[in-house]
Write a protein that binds this ligand. Sequence first.
Ligand code: TPP
Ligand code: MG
Length: 288
Amino acid sequence: MNDHMHQTQSFDTYETAWCPGCGNFSILPCLQKALTQLNLDPHHVLMVAGIGQAAKTPQYISANGFCGLHGRALPPAIAAKIANEKLTVIVETGEGDSYGEGGNHFIHNIRRNVDITHFVHDNQIYGLTKGQASPTSEIGHVTGVQTNGNINQPLNPVFLALAAGAGFVARAFSGDQKQLVQIMMDAIQYPGYALVDILQPCISFNKVNTFASYKDRVQPLTDSHDPTDFSQAVQAATQTGEQIPTGIFYRVEKPTFHTRHPVLADHSPLIEQTCDPSRIKDLIQSFV
Ligand SMILES: Cc1ncc(C[n+]2csc(CCOP(=O)(O)OP(=O)(O)O)c2C)c(N)n1
Ligand SMILES: [Mg+2]
């Protein structure tokens, strides 16, 4: 949050190290557009990631950034939001990072419901490490490691998020930018933990889930879908077959970590809170 960032006032993006044709190239401008349309200032936004191709995103956009360990993006993101609720905190990272190495954080972060947004670039493969099966790879997917095809059934992250109690659950497709920008804006504005699983082709290491295979199958939810209806959300999240529903499956407000926490409930950053040392002194005294 230096002076330079103060003056930037726009979410500039930078040259990337992604493969030409990567779905990430569609997601980055959507993020830029969503943040700009929400009139946010770059110095009020914190982008957090773990490790991976998707996890490079914070390095390619002008905002505050934190690159964590693989699978460990959510803990520092939550910590930053708890320390300063005035920050808009966005975790942007891969599905291996989010649901595999970070799977336990994913589940328990939903229970806490800290007001952060989680954009998962779901290319159904470990991209950075050159194409091993990830938690969302399909059964039978042949890779350099799974030479006879992946034998493990894929995780359904949107269904899992619903089951764990998330209040905002969406699925998007990197190839539908108009829908993605809108979902990103809604997710950022949602007061609580918001998950957006973004289907994204990896042109170098996933020859199964190609742009064309997604494009033929994604099907935006119609207006008849009621995002406050849990059973409709579950139905959309678990739909199998040729069509892959996209859109906001579920959106209901739930008490957040901040509203439930006695110290955080007044919504001021920790650094601005007054501290009464005499209370601690009394406590220490009680142990003597
Ligand atoms: C604890 C740990 N395990 C494994 C790795 C190696 N590793 C780095 S990135 C990665 C996979 C990234 O896949 P994903 O999160 O789906 O992102 P993508 O590259 O596909 O965008 C792995 C296994 C690591 N860095 N740290
Ligand atoms: Mg991946």
